[in-house]
Design a protein. Structure first.
Length: 212
């Protein structure tokens, strides 16, 4: 029995090493396959689950396939389940959830990562991320409908702005400003946020009413 377990461990490490080689070569599909083979033999390896999650993240960045983002989250969750003190997986899971708009849950994992690894070289950036979210929430004290209603006349008075609307970014409400054309002057004139809500620009061209 001892020989079998040792053999499985060696097989898993071989697959993990193979996955790392493919990862470094940016062969992400092959890397994912190798990591999964290793995890089949050694399913409680937090570092391997974390590497698989990173692989899915990069595959998603290349293809924007929605299912890959789900696989990324699942892999990071499996890493944290395998070792709740493994800081890299805590950071990765927290950041992924955060940018998916699940900020409350994401913040829990980010804070946990800082507790288990207070000397994280990225600590300042992570704390700034959490601080920015708290500031945005505090600033966005009025309903976006009221903010949009009050600020639309001023925005529409700008030459080149053809409309405004309520939008969504990463699961949070934002203010959409539609432009007839994209110019540096307009970008300078339109704020990046209004009362705590981010402002997103979209070029639509001139908008004309439909004829009956």
């Amino acid at each position: 029995m001892l020989f079998v377990v040792t053999g499985c461990g060696q097989s898993a490490e071989r697959h993990f090493a193979e996955g790392d080689e493919h990862f470094e070569a940016k062969q992400y599909g092959q890397a994912a396959d190798a990591y999964k083979k290793g995890l089949a033999a050694q399913p409680h390896s937090a570092p391997a689950w974390n590497r698989l999650g990173m692989t899915y993240r990069l595959m998603y960045n290349e293809s924007r396939t929605t299912n890959l983002k789900k696989l990324e989250v699942d892999a990071f969750r499996r890493a944290v389940a395998a070792d709740s003190t493994y800081s890299p997986a805590l950071v990765n899971l927290g950041a992924t959830l955060y940018y998916l708009g699940q900020k409350d849950e994401g913040a829990i994992y980010i804070r946990r990562s800082l507790e288990v690894n207070p000397n994280n070289p990225d600590r300042q950036a992570l704390e700034a991320l959490l601080s920015t979210d708290r500031t945005d929430r505090a600033m966005a004290s009025r309903p976006i409908e009221d903010v949009l209603k009050d600020h639309t006349p001023k925005l529409m008075a700008l030459d080149g702005v053809v409309g405004t609307a309520q939008g969504e970014e990463n699961g949070r409400p934002c203010i959409m400003v539609y432009l007839a054309r994209d110019t540096e002057a307009l970008r300078q004139a339109i704020p990046t946020q209004i009362e705590g809500y981010p402002v997103k620009l979209q070029v639509t061209g001139e908008i004309t009413p439909l004829k009956n």
